[in-house]
Ligand binder design. Structure first.
Ligand SMILES: Cc1cc2nc3c(=O)[nH]c(=O)nc-3n(C[C@H](O)[C@H](O)[C@H](O)COP(=O)(O)OP(=O)(O)OC[C@H]3O[C@@H](n4cnc5c(N)ncnc54)[C@H](O)[C@@H]3O)c2cc1C
Length: 462
């Protein structure tokens, strides 16, 4: 039984990842008395095992590719090898700088930061190491961990998760990546850049299967060109150890051998044994169920981030955490439009999208009401300079707003900012066509695509 605390906080947050710390920072800014409980490191998955370290690996891979391909640009350089210790030093330096900054931010906002493993002890309290933290409201933000498949044990050596892959002390000679979603494609891309022989195994018919099919096909073409192998449309059936590594079998009878297997089949919520069920919080397959204001079925408890069944992205966690803090502080809040959340796969090339796919638009508005336009990056000067290929695809409701933007090509992730304004402000192609885009930028391709959709193409054919 925990000691009773004298303080009753306005908000007690369990979990200091993207969702939890965003709620803490915004809540404190709005004058709430906030306690933030974290058992490991402030910043959670995104900062320590997710977004930031993976993007550092991918950037190191980009440098390797540029050195390898420098002759195409008339520059004489050679790639002598990858010093993995050096790559980790660079990656860890980025993470630790941001970690320090975040700790300073939380301290400066006067959030009560508690280190330790918390457990929900009632609808208004969390216990940590015998101490009880009472709150008028509780926010559950315990995030997610890598999942596996039934019978597939992650041993951390030959069969690894993204957590292990981020600290691997060597460049594997060969790797099988189980799962062709965002995380799988990002590791496949980074490893290939470092010189690994990579094969992706995806049970669905395409890589990045939630993207517009045309984006998936462009990524597949680019990966094929880079020598990244993949097997689509057949499920994993088993793995066995070999002398040199692992042998993976698929249901269609195919087998693949490699030094290691990365399991990237998704992430599951962290909710078991934390007192959620005892407090009466409704869950589904471990995910905490919430309404559009992130409220659970228990009046004093909200939940955000990877723990709830919305998009598992850091910026979604931030937005959901901010929404809860603002609601509790009495501000007017509006539900999140999840279609309007920008999504980026940071592989080489990148895949970026916002809004709905062409297929979904047809379902929503009727096939005859949907117009799709593709603008090839071949017509874009800056993309030519960078020697990247790809496409921007716009999905429009006939005579109406742009409801989907889908982009493939190096650095396309950086264009998603404008694309999300177009979607979220329900812009008409003619309105975007009127905006002047700087020449020569890749951003210009987005402008040109809208010029074409508005019926006045410049650097593309009618
Ligand atoms: C390899 C990889 C790459 C990714 N790349 C991107 C990307 O590029 N862009 C993007 O937007 N998203 C990316 N993500 C997803 C992103 O990291 C998550 O969506 C985000 O971290 C979710 O935030 P969260 O706060 O819900 O959970 P988490 O970040 O998982 O935080 C939960 C926190 O709760 C703590 N906790 C759990 N249980 C307890 C307890 N009982 N007591 C105290 N503390 C507890 C944990 O220690 C953890 O710190 C990536 C994820 C991975 C794995």
């Amino acid at each position: 039984m925990a000691n009773d605390a004298s303080t009753v906080f306005d908000l007690v947050i369990l979990g200091g990842g993207s969702g939890g710390y965003a709620a803490a920072l915004r809540g404190a800014q709005l004058g709430l008395d906030v306690a933030l409980i974290e058992k490991d490191k402030l910043g959670g998955t995104c900062l320590h095992r997710g977004c930031i370290p993976t993007k550092a690996l991918l950037h190191a891979g980009e440098i390797a590719d540029q050195a390898r391909e420098s002759a195409q640009f008339g520059v004489q350089a050679t790639l002598d090898g990858i010093d993995m210790a050096g790559v980790h030093k660079y990656k860890d330096g980025v993470v630790s700088g941001l970690y320090k900054g975040l700790q300073g931010l939380v301290a400066s906002r006067k959030v009560t930061y508690v280190t330790g493993e918390g457990r929900l002890s009632s609808a208004t309290s969390v216990d940590v190491d015998g101490q009880r933290y009472e709150g008028r409201h509780i926010l559950l933000a315990t995030g997610s961990v890598p999942k596996s498949l039934p019978g597939l044990e992650i041993d951390g050596d030959r069969v690894i998760s993204s957590d292990h892959a981020l600290t691997l002390d060597r460049v594997p000679k060969s790797a099988i990546v189980l799962g062709g979603g965002v995380i799988g494609c990002e590791f496949a891309s980074a490893w290939k850049s470092f010189g690994t022989d990579v094969t992706i195994v995806e049970a669905l018919p395409h890589l990045v299967p939630v993207e517009d099919e045309s984006s998936s096909k462009l990524l597949e073409r680019a990966f094929r060109k880079r020598g990244i192998s993949f097997s689509l449309g057949s499920r994993f059936s088993g793995v066995e150890y070999t002398d040199g590594g692992v042998k993976v079998s698929l249901e269609n009878g195919k087998t693949f051998e490699a030094e290691l297997l990365l399991v990237a089949v998704g992430r599951g919520p962290v909710s078991q044994g934390l007192g959620y069920e005892e407090a009466g919080v409704a869950t589904d397959r471990g995910y905490v169920l919430v309404d559009e204001y992130m409220r659970t079925n228990v009046e004093t408890i909200s939940a955000v981030g990877d723990l709830v069944p919305t998009l598992q992205l850091a910026h979604v966690g931030f937005a959901e955490g901010i929404l809860v803090a603002e609601r509790l502080a009495g501000l007017k809040t509006v539900p999140i439009d999840y279609d309007g959340v920008p999504r980026v796969t940071y592989s080489h090339p990148e895949v970026a999208s916002v809004g709905v796919t062409e297929a979904k638009a047809k379902e929503l508005y009727g096939a005859d009401k949907v117009v799709a336009l593709k603008y090839n990056l071949g017509g874009n000067g800056k993309s030519k300079i960078l020697k990247t290929a790809g496409e921007i695809k716009l999905v429009q409701v006939r005579d109406g707003a742009v409801v989907g933007v889908h982009m493939v090509g190096d650095r396309m992730g950086e264009l998603i900012g404008e694309a999300q304004l177009i979607y979220n402000w329900e812009a008409l192609p003619a309105e975007v066509a009127q905006l002047i885009h700087a020449h020569p930028t890749q951003n210009e391709a987005l402008g040109e695509a809208h010029l074409a959709l508005a019926g006045k193409p410049l650097h593309s054919h009618d």
